[in-house]
Write a protein that binds this ligand. Structure first.
Ligand code: AMP
Length: 421
């Protein structure tokens, strides 16, 4: 199917063609028509499915009657607000808005924490039709009266499941209460859990529900494999696999920031160019690391789940679970970084005895076993004993709060700082 039957305007079809897209992805095919009709939509679609264009394209079309080239800020009130959990995702969404809207005189900007607020204030003062924001920084602007949300018609909640995990819902609720002129709400989430459903009941009106892949399923274009290995041999095995298979552009996941930093510097010392990316790094540091990775100057990017959300890396060939996630759905998020847009990818998991329960939980969710292979020279010790994993309780397969969220909440309640990952 081509884009033409979806009902998009010539300007938008031209922008889509500029991007080189020839046919809509499933989520685009299903979401664009109801959004164009002004309906609320709840869509289960993970990063990599083309979900950003699925909401951005029809929103641009709905805002087209407001498009104008006036210099007067009053002619450019905020009409659409997109809330995202992370600054990377916010940046990426706004880049898409700019790209798809390049033939339309509509303005957009992005606001997120961790960077000076003044340039954002200036951009907001000039007027924008589309504002992409993380919740904390947006509330700062609300408090300082540097943004007016009094004419917002369309609200998008992107990666709603992650907003829940990160404890952002109270902030989101405060923001939604300010949107008195809201007519349409769109919610995107990697998976539709009961919590996401409850949220949708509060924020959406009779939404069209779009489920792209059955819940808990992984992209079929991803080859998954497990290497059983001893806890202390993981780094050596990772370096060995990278060299043996000449892996380039490898995204490696750890559970903690400390593990990410430590692994990145150890790999670097081993002669494999690597960098750790996590929420303690400044925005310029993260942007530079990502650029180096995309350009091939860095071979391995080591990330935590929180930091990896929203990283826009296309058609990533290899994802490695250096440590399995304690939340089985994070496994789906992680491997969703590979095998994108028709390309195949590898998802390699290095699993030690401590993680057997985590692997079981993941396989239960996938409803199939992941093939495994023992690498010669890395055979695990049969007599090894499992040690508990901090932050994981085996009786609780889907912890309601992401381990990182507790810290975020504490800091935020203390009003000492705003943390937007
Ligand atoms: P997203 O799920 O929004 O993060 O998009 C994942 C990637 O797919 C982005 O890099 C897009 O540029 C790309 N993409 C989006 N729509 C299409 C399409 N119709 N055809 C090919 N690639 C696309």
């Amino acid at each position: 199917m081509s884009f033409e039957p979806l009902g998009l305007s010539a300007d938008l079809l031209r922008a889509v063609a500029d991007e080189g897209y020839t046919e809509p992805t499933p989520v685009q095919e299903r979401a664009i028509p109801p959004i164009l009709q002004g309906r609320d939509v709840l869509a289960a679609a993970q990063t990599g499915t083309g979900k950003t264009a699925a909401f951005t394209l029809p929103i641009l079309q709905r805002l087209t009657p407001y498009a104008n080239s006036s210099f007067s800020p009053a002619r450019h009130p905020v009409r659409t607000l997109v809330l995202t959990p992370t600054r990377e995702l916010a940046m990426q969404v706004q880049e898409s808005v700019e790209a798809y809207g390049r033939h339309l005189p509509l303005r957009s900007t992005v606001v997120y924490g961790g960077v000076p607020i003044e340039p954002q204030i200036k951009a907001l003062r000039d007027g924008v039709e589309i504002l992409v924001a993380t919740p904390g920084r947006l509330l700062d602007h609300v408090q300082q009266r540097t943004v007016n949300l009094g004419q917002v018609e369309i609200l998008v909640l992107d990666e709603a499941d992650r907003m829940l995990d990160m404890g952002f819902i109270p902030d989101v609720t405060r923001i939604v209460q300010l949107l008195t002129t809201r007519q349409q709400t769109l919610m995107f989430s990697a998976t539709i859990s009961d919590e996401v459903k409850r949220l949708a009941d509060v924020f959406l009106k009779r939404p069209d529900v779009i489920q792209i892949s059955p819940q808990g399923s992984a992209a079929e274009s991803v080859r998954q494999i497990v290497y059983p290995v001893d806890r202390d041999a993981k780094r050596e095995l990772l370096a060995h696999l990278i060299r043996k298979h000449d892996l380039q552009q490898v995204l490696v996941f750890t559970r903690t920031k400390i593990a990410a930093s430590r692994l990145a510097s150890q790999l670097d010392r081993d002669g494999i160019a690597a960098v750790g990316i996590h929420s303690d790094r400044t925005q310029p540091e993260r942007t530079r690391a990502l650029d180096d990775f995309k350009n091939g100057r860095i071979r391995v990017l080591v990330a935590t789940d929180v930091a990896a959300r929203g990283l826009d890396i296309e058609a990533l060939p290899h994802v490695v679970n250096y440590e399995l996630p304690t939340h089985p759905q994070d496994y789906i998020h992680r491997i969703g970084r590979t095998g994108r847009a028709g390309a195949t990818g590898d998802a390699i998991s290095l699993v030690c005895i401590d993680e057997v329960e985590l692997l079981r939980a993941i396989q239960r969710m996938l409803k199939h076993a992941i093939p495994w292979q023992v690498e010669e020279g890395f055979e695990p010790d049969r007599n090894a004993e499992a040690r508990p994993i901090s932050g994981y309780r085996p009786d609780q397969h889907t912890p309601r709060v992401h381990p990182g969220a507790r810290h975020v909440r504490r800091v935020r309640q203390g009003r000492t700082a705003r943390v937007a990952h």
